[in-house]
Ligand binder design. Structure first.
Ligand SMILES: C[S@@+](CC[C@H](N)C(=O)[O-])C[C@H]1O[C@@H](n2cnc3c(N)ncnc32)[C@H](O)[C@@H]1O
Length: 278
């Protein structure tokens, strides 16, 4: 997939202004972010980007800061190199789960080691939401469970669930790169009980799950929660992430509307992973 990188220069530039801007751009469809000393870099599939996006009122009329944009198209074939060189660092979650790329050497030993060839699929653990999801998975008893990894990205959550004893994992992503990347990563990690599908919640049918992971955008979660709830067994749990603390009441209200009970949440740098039980 071809991406557009928008470098955002903030005036004044501060941690809180960067957070606000990142949240606003997330609302506008940007799905990955990184930071440099001078800018916030926001990435969006080129197919979803027009210059009009940057003229949105939420960005232009912010009383706290002004922002100047510089856009650059990143051709599809460069992602692997760009990502590997600049963004993907080996990561140890909860001192138990190491996530590394095939080219990382000299890494610490851990109870679980997941090798991720990241391409441009989201999910190396370096983002707060993936980190939160991995922490949550490490705390679960997954022996013999039927797991759904919705919006699988690199497949990292489903791979860890399988390593932790899940009986079967279905991984679904709307993005072809993510679909292919999950297949590759499952193979690299010798995971044989993952089925990977290209699609969205409409793909879900009669099969019921004990555990669902959905680290997707707030609006997708709100839209697709009724479908997720419909494929949860009794007492199944769903862990959702990909939204900010201030969105938790809205997500919780929707979850309760479709028959799910809140069962706690974790927060990291204002991102949330929330658990609900059917
Ligand atoms: C934030 S990433 C999460 C990736 C990975 N699960 C993780 O935790 O790091 C969200 C993923 O959801 C996918 N996605 C977006 N909308 C979707 C939808 N409606 N149905 C399924 N997947 C979707 C994106 O392509 C992306 O790979």
């Amino acid at each position: 997939m071809e991406y557009t990188k928008v470098s955002c220069f903030l005036e004044p530039d501060s941690e809180i202004n960067r957070e606000i801007l990142t949240a606003q751009m997330g609302e506008l469809g940007f799905d990955s972010f990184s930071e440099t000393d001078k800018t916030v870099e926001a990435f969006i599939p080129s197919s979803a980007f027009t210059e009009d996006v940057l003229q949105s009122e939420s960005l232009k009329d912010n009383p706290l800061f002004k922002v100047r944009f510089q856009t650059e198209v990143i051709p599809d074939q460069n992602w692997n190199e760009v990502w590997e060189k600049n963004y993907f660092k080996p990561l140890l979650v909860e001192n138990r789960c190491l996530i590394r790329a095939p080219f990382h050497t000299d890494t610490p030993k851990a109870e679980y080691e997941i090798v991720i060839d990241p391409r441009m699929a989201f999910g190396t653990g370096n983002h707060e939401t993936t980190y939160l999801m991995i922490s949550a998975i490490l705390s679960q008893d997954l022996q013999g469970k039927q797991v759904l990894d919705m919006g699988c990205g690199t497949g990292i959550l489903g791979i860890l669930a399988s390593m932790r004893g899940a009986e079967t994992v279905k991984a679904i992503d709307i993005d072809e790169w993510a679909y292919n990347n999950t297949l590759e990563n499952a193979e690299i990690n010798n995971i044989t009980n993952i089925d990977v599908f290209l699609g969205d919640a409409n793909f879900l049918g009669k099969h019921k799950f004990d555990v669902i992971y959905a680290n997707i955008h707030r609006n997708i979660l709100l839209q697709d929660l009724p479908i997720y709830a419909s494929v949860m067994c009794k007492e199944a749990e769903i862990i959702m992430s990909g939204f900010y603390l201030e969105d938790l009441p809205t997500i919780s209200a929707k979850a309760e509307e479709v028959g799910l009970k809140p069962a706690g949440y974790q927060e990291r740098n204002n991102w949330v992973a929330a658990r609900f039980i059917r």
